[in-house]
Design a protein around this ligand. Structure first.
Ligand code: SUG
Length: 445
């Protein structure tokens, strides 16, 4: 069993980052609709977080933003003429579609794909299934370009299998790694793959908010990856009704530890038992459960305690939890973190990062990253230009400061100058990350 490490690939936040209220059931998205955003602050916050993880010794990669506004999508709806005309006409005649076409939502890389490391896959390769994200229009526009980005980062077909997304239909609604937790004794050892789903494909879902992941999608992803140790568990209906649009809003795991809210699963005892059975004595799962009495679901969702990165910092015995500053500002959530550290439990350190711009759209530290467990040989086969070094961090900081605006309101999204500025930024970025000259649709036109 070759040893492996857990790398993170974060979505670089795009120049059209905005608050358009596009995600029903994501309370932050609804609440902050119409607020002015600051794309420059957003991308710099994301880069700071990446830098922290790299400095802590975890391999860190950058996934490029997507081209937005998505003019090709608007053309597919019958808008014609120059790109500026398409954008103007779409905002005039079909503003909901235009807003979807402008979203920078690919930044939440936890939704980019589900990943199965080579230790768990039938053919010994690392498998990726980009998420079709069909539940929300704006997110359903991401998966083709996400596939390109993953191909660019993981180019060696002998080591990496980048699949197409599942067929983009409601029966197979898939949100990627946001509903997946891998548990194991150590990263390179075979793991247990917990897949949390919200509804069944053919059940009549009558919840107030959408259940974004189907059982059938989770099952299909595990099947096509040839993944061992799959455990499928139902997300609790109460959690979804309370605003848990992805399981990672109330649950995170690493190594043998699953840290979750009492209301995360429909049947917690059965979920724990299924994980224990799947671990099959290879490791003893440790469940760190926070009760609804200690932390009401509403506080968990507002403060994003569980949308944290749970990581093994090289050289540290206990795990580190990287939380958003909102967790520190919520008295109940902060008290939970203090108790974790004071206890003899598996989580020994808590750090806070400022990702407020993303948080206002319901995206915490865990949403911004895709975890990829890799052996040294696999790591060596990744695209080195996409790996965050201090030099790349500094270069991207300068790049963002030059290209990004520091304020965007809804009407700015219709501005043809923003389209041109975004393309100029992405054009330069393709050179920095060595993505080739035909990575973006505008470069292929
Ligand atoms: O899909 N927000 C994203 C947040 C995704 C968070 N990811 C994870 N939990 N892994 C979503 O709901 C809001 C965009 C807007 O309203 O403008 C948005 O798409």
């Amino acid at each position: 069993m070759p040893p492996a490490v857990e790398a993170n690939a974060d979505g670089l936040i795009g120049p059209t980052h905005s608050y358009a209220g596009l995600s029903p059931g994501n309370l932050a998205s609804g609440k902050n609709r119409g607020l002015a955003s600051n794309p420059k602050a957003a991308v710099l916050q994301g880069l700071q977080k990446m830098r922290l993880l790299a400095d802590l010794g975890l391999p860190q990669f950058v996934l490029p933003p997507q081209e937005r506004p998505d003019i090709a999508f608007l053309r597919s709806l019958g808008f014609v003429g120059s790109d500026a005309t398409v954008l103007a006409d779409a905002w005039r005649d079909a503003p909901a579609f235009a807003a979807a076409a402008c979203s920078a939502s690919a930044m939440w890389a936890a939704n980019a794909a589900t990943v199965t490391p080579s230790a768990d896959s039938a053919d010994g390769r690392v498998h990726f299934t980009p998420a079709n994200l069909v539940t929300n229009l704006h997110r359903s526009l991401e998966h083709r370009q996400t596939t390109r980005a993953l191909d660019a980062l993981f180019p060696d077909p002998d080591r990496f299998a980048v699949h197409d997304a599942l067929p983009p239909v409601a029966h197979l609604a898939d949100e990627g790694a946001a509903n997946h937790v891998r548990l194991c004794a150590e990263h390179g050892a075979p793991g247990v793959n917990l897949m949390v789903w919200g509804r069944e494909a053919w059940e009549g879902w009558t919840g107030l908010f959408p259940a974004r992941q189907t059982r059938e999608a989770s099952d299909a992803v595990m099947r096509r990856h040839g993944a061992t140790g799959a455990v499928l568990a139902r997300q609790s209906r109460d959690a979804i009704a309370g605003g848990t649009f992805h399981n990672d809003v109330v649950c995170v795991g690493a190594l043998n530890v699953l840290f979750h809210h009492e209301l995360a699963f429909e049947d917690t005892a059965a979920t724990h038992e299924a994980i224990r059975r799947a671990a099959d004595g290879r490791f003893e799962p440790v469940f760190v459960e926070v009760s609804n009495a200690d932390l009401p679901l509403g506080d968990a969702i507002a403060s994003y305690l569980f949308n944290s990165m749970l990581i093994q910092v090289p050289g540290h015995n206990r795990l580190t939890l990287i939380c958003p500053t909102e967790t520190q500002e919520n008295a109940r959530s902060r008290a939970v973190t203090e108790r974790l550290v004071a206890s003899n439990g598996p989580i020994g350190e808590v750090r806070f990062v400022d990702v407020r711009q993303s948080m206002r759209n319901g995206g915490g530290p865990a949403c911004l990253r895709l975890r990829v467990v890799m052996t040294d040989a696999e790591l060596a086969a990744t695209n080195p230009a996409m790996r965050l070094t201090p030099e790349l961090h500094d270069r991207l900081t300068i790049w963002a400061e030059r290209h990004y605006r520091d304020e965007l309101v809804a009407r700015d999204l219709a501005d043809p100058d923003l389209l041109n500025e975004s393309r100029a930024a992405l054009e330069e970025l393709t050179g920095i990350l060595r993505l080739g000259s035909d990575f973006y649709p505008f470069q292929r036109a």
